[in-house]
Design a protein. Structure first.
Lengths: 115, 116
């Protein structure tokens, strides 16, 4: 069965600190896709990144970086030099593709960045 | 491009009443999804449309729930005889197929339902 685990319920950091959000997934498929979404207090889920299971190359986008390791079934997300505007709930999600492409979400990590 | 929109943003109703939510996807997106998110949880898949065809429904979608997408554009989600357990955020997402790749779902702002 597919499952996404985000063990960190809440993280609090001070502005400019680096922070890593963990994501561990379970799937029996060899082809799958992983996503990160940000949900600010307004409630709208904002897409951050998509990776497929064949591409383990790490990605950097500005202050954001992602580390995908198939050996440990993890897809971790690091924010460098955090800012107050980064405060939000972050969700990791898995899709096995196929006909539906529905997303299986983790329970989310609430990140609070203090000034 | 205006993004996914949902209406209303908030709805308070009494137990036993019917409610209907609307979702307008990004134009030219032929796939539309409904999810439900309860407090402290991640969104859970409810149902999926490709154009006007409803292709999958979750077991979460009881007989009191019905979704439509009559012309393959906007969609409605109706809950009949609401129960307090229906209180949640209802999220809509849309996507367009990308040849050879998994498409990305873009979400609307959600409709927050409170059943008293």
């Amino acid at each position: 069965a597919q499952k996404v685990t985000q063990a960190q319920t809440e993280i609090s950091v001070v502005e400019k600190e680096d922070v890593t959000l963990d994501c561990v997934y379970e799937t029996r498929d060899t082809t799958y896709y992983l996503f990160w979404y940000k949900q600010p207090p307004s409630g709208e889920l904002v897409f951050l990144i998509r990776r497929n299971s064949f591409d383990e190359q790490n990605e950097i986008s500005g202050r954001y970086s992602w580390n995908f390791q198939k050996s440990t079934s993890s897809f971790n997300f690091t924010i460098t030099a955090s800012q107050v505007v980064d405060s939000a709930v972050y969700f990791c999600a898995l899709s096995e593709g196929g006909a539906t492409n529905k997303l299986i979400f983790g329970t989310g990590t609430l990140l609070a960045v203090q000034p | 491009d205006t993004g996914v929109s949902q209406d209303p943003r908030h709805k308070i109703t009494k137990r036993g009443q019917n409610v209907t939510f609307r979702c307008d996807p990004i134009s030219e997106h032929n796939r539309l999804y409904w999810y439900r998110q309860t407090l402290g949880q991640g969104p859970e898949f409810l149902t999926y449309f490709q154009n006007e065809a409803q292709l999958e429904k979750s077991r979460l979608l009881s007989d009191r729930f019905s979704a439509e997408r009559p012309k393959g554009s906007f969609s409605t989600l109706e809950i009949q005889r609401t129960e307090q357990g229906d209180s949640a955020m209802y999220l809509c997402a849309s996507s367009a197929p990308t040849p050879g790749e998994q498409e990305t779902q873009y979400f609307g702002p959600g409709t927050r339902l409170l059943v008293l």
